[in-house]
Design a protein around this ligand. Structure first.
Ligand code: ATP
Ligand code: MG
Length: 331
């Protein structure tokens, strides 16, 4: 079976609808066809300041959301990144064959650094795509299911992996990004020209673990436009287009069908239907998360089993890498 790997940062307690539609839901559908590895990438969550107790809690909550979103720890390898020490070990080696200019071109870094200012931006945030490359290359992943924002990082992963292979001999499988177009980019409700993002936060986010009442309110106050037509046009109607995208993804109704159904109706009607579709997904999701968090010891045990399976694969890859690079094998 071909292999997939993906992960999300536990930077917030709750995932948002973009994470769910753009990534998590795909993960669940890929479990049978692929040998799947899904990790909570906690090492990535400390690049911009964090609270230790909160991080620990958020890591558990994120794992619980993977399971609530359909990841089955029996069929997939579900683990926490920091439980497998090979991730930062490989990242160091890869950082030594990554160009400074090459890393400087990452638009995620440029955007986040611009938001934070240079002094507040860490070296860790800068090198995070190299750690991400290690996350993927360690497992010989063929496919990486992600949102559109990650395309450039997967390209970088291929570049670095390919460079290692040509310099030190065939070692890594070069992964392909898997980005289903329909849900590749869920936009912020308040500023529909930017992607919904944990690190931006605010009222433009639909958080999977938020009170249903609050979710409803946020959808009803989503920014639209001064027109009245319900049509798809990302340029002039980004807000309405985003709402149609969400409704289509959640109900599996084709976009064209939705546009037809809403002919002659107003934005209020559209928002009402979006809200009800979101709540239909979110309410059972929240119930399952609560159940899982009721027994943290069992959740931790599942993660320990996953880490063991992940470590078997990762340690074999790292051993090969260390040997190819020319590190003296310890006796
Ligand atoms: P941050 O702002 O801290 O980077 P994030 O919201 O981008 O957080 P990540 O943990 O970086 O979340 O990403 C997890 C997964 O969700 C990735 O595969 C990413 O591509 C996907 N994703 C994130 N935001 C969206 C979005 N708005 N639409 C679709 N997919 C998304
Ligand atoms: Mg991100």
């Amino acid at each position: 079976r071909p292999r997939v790997l993906s992960g999300m940062q536990p930077t917030n307690a709750s995932l948002h609808l973009g994470n769910y539609l753009g990534a998590l839901r795909q993960w669940a559908t890929m479990q049978d066809e692929y040998d799947a590895f899904y990790c909570v990438v906690d090492l990535h969550a400390i690049t911009a300041g964090h609270d230790p107790a909160q991080l620990r809690e958020r890591t558990r909550v994120t794992a619980a959301q993977y399971i609530a979103g359909g990841v089955d720890p029996e069929r997939s390898t579900l683990f926490v990144q920091s439980h497998v020490p090979e991730h930062p070990q490989l990242a160091w080696v890869l950082s030594c064959i990554t160009g400074f200019g090459e890393a400087s071109r990452m638009t995620q870094f440029k955007d986040k650094a611009a938001r934070q200012g240079t002094e507040a931006t860490t070296v860790g945030l800068f090198t995070y795509p190299v750690l991400q490359a290690a996350d993927i290359l360690l497992y010989d992943a063929d496919m990486v299911p992600v949102g559109e924002d990650q395309r450039q990082h997967i390209e970088l992963t291929r570049d670095i992996g390919g460079r290692f292979n040509s310099r030190f001999g065939e070692t890594f499988v070069l992964p392909k990004a898997f980005i289903p177009e329909a849900t590749a980019k869920i936009q912020d409700l308040q500023d529909p020209t930017v992607k919904m993002s944990k690190s931006i936060g605010g009222a433009g986010l639909i958080e999977m673990l938020e009170e249903p009442k609050v979710i409803e309110k946020r959808i009803k106050s989503a920014v639209t436009d001064s027109g009245r037509e319900i049509t798809v046009d990302p340029e002039s109607k980004p807000g309405v287009t985003n709402l149609i995208t969400i409704l289509s993804a959640l109900t599996m109704r084709p976009v064209g069908q939705i546009v037809q159904d809403f002919e002659g109706r107003g934005y209020g009607d559209l928002k009402k239907e979006v809200a009800s579709a979101v709540l239909d997904t979110v309410i059972p999701f929240q119930k399952r998360v609560r159940e899982l968090l009721d027994d943290p010891a069992q959740l931790d045990a599942l993660l320990a089993t996953g880490a063991e399976k992940a470590h078997d694969v990762a340690s074999a890859t790292l051993r090969k890498v260390y040997d190819r690079v020319g590190f003296l094998q310890p006796m």
